[in-house]
Ligand binder design. Structure first.
Ligand code: CA
Length: 234
């Protein structure tokens, strides 16, 4: 059974989340302030944390920072209002995602499933092997080196981060907004052009020289990573 630590000082909301998540088959523990959250996580290693940002004792941001120092557990922040600076700070501190209150429980459940699956996929690679490979393309997550066969490929930091994220989610269509959030860390006020620009850079460095098709456009959605040999063009 997967375990979720719910950190929320509004008791009614905490209780509601506990009921809904238990009903979904998760094992739940509640913490009502920031200090209790850090202690609870130390005693009870969980698979995911739902973290309210406005908390007594320690702020959610501080809780996030402390937990990130020792764990890569997925963290979904709950923000009381559409407070952009809090979200940015939380994402900078290593939170994986956020939900703005009030939210629909179905959406929260969907985000929880995504975060757990993504983390599970990453953990699969973390077991000794830190290299992502697709055909002749390989990406070393520790040394941050990328090569195609024997040919090293020079990528900038953002190009590397973008490729890594795409490879971790291979065969999954990812929206431009998600790429902005996950790779750039926060939303550029809805300006997703930057994603298109970097996808173009990656295609120039990967698809074109090696006559393969790795990054596919999914119309109306975004992009998808999957190796197709032979290099058809769009
Ligand atoms: Ca609160």
């Amino acid at each position: 059974m997967q375990k979720i630590l719910v950190v929320e000082d509004e008791k009614k909301l905490a209780r509601y989340l506990q009921l809904e998540l238990t009903h979904e088959g998760y094992e739940i523990r509640l913490a009502h302030d920031g200090r209790a959250a850090v202690t609870a996580f130390e005693e009870w290693p969980c698979d995911l944390i739902l973290l309210d940002l406005m908390l007594p004792e320690l702020s959610g941001i501080e809780v996030c920072r402390r937990i990130r120092q020792k764990s890569a557990v997925p963290i979904i922040m709950l923000t009381a209002k559409d407070d952009v600076s809090d979200k940015v700070m939380g994402l900078d501190m290593g939170a994986d995602d956020y939900m703005t209150k009030p939210f629909a429980i179905e959406e929260l459940l969907a985000r929880i499933r995504v975060a757990l699956k993504r983390h599970g996929d990453e953990a699969g690679h973390a077991g000794g092997e830190r290299t992502l490979a697709e055909g002749a393309l390989s990406l070393d997550r520790d040394s941050r080196e990328v090569s195609y066969g024997e040919t090293p490929i020079q990528l900038t930091k953002k190009e590397f981060d973008l490729l890594e994220y795409l490879m971790l989610n291979r065969n999954v269509a990812i929206s431009r907004n998600e790429l902005l959030d996950k790779v750039w860390g926060y939303s550029y006020a809805g300006d997703t052009n930057v994603v298109d620009v970097y996808i173009r850079y990656l295609r120039c460095k990967l698809d074109d020289p090696f006559h393969v098709k790795l990054i596919h456009t999914v119309r109306g959605v975004g992009y998808l990573f999957r190796l197709e040999e032979g290099g058809e063009t769009e």
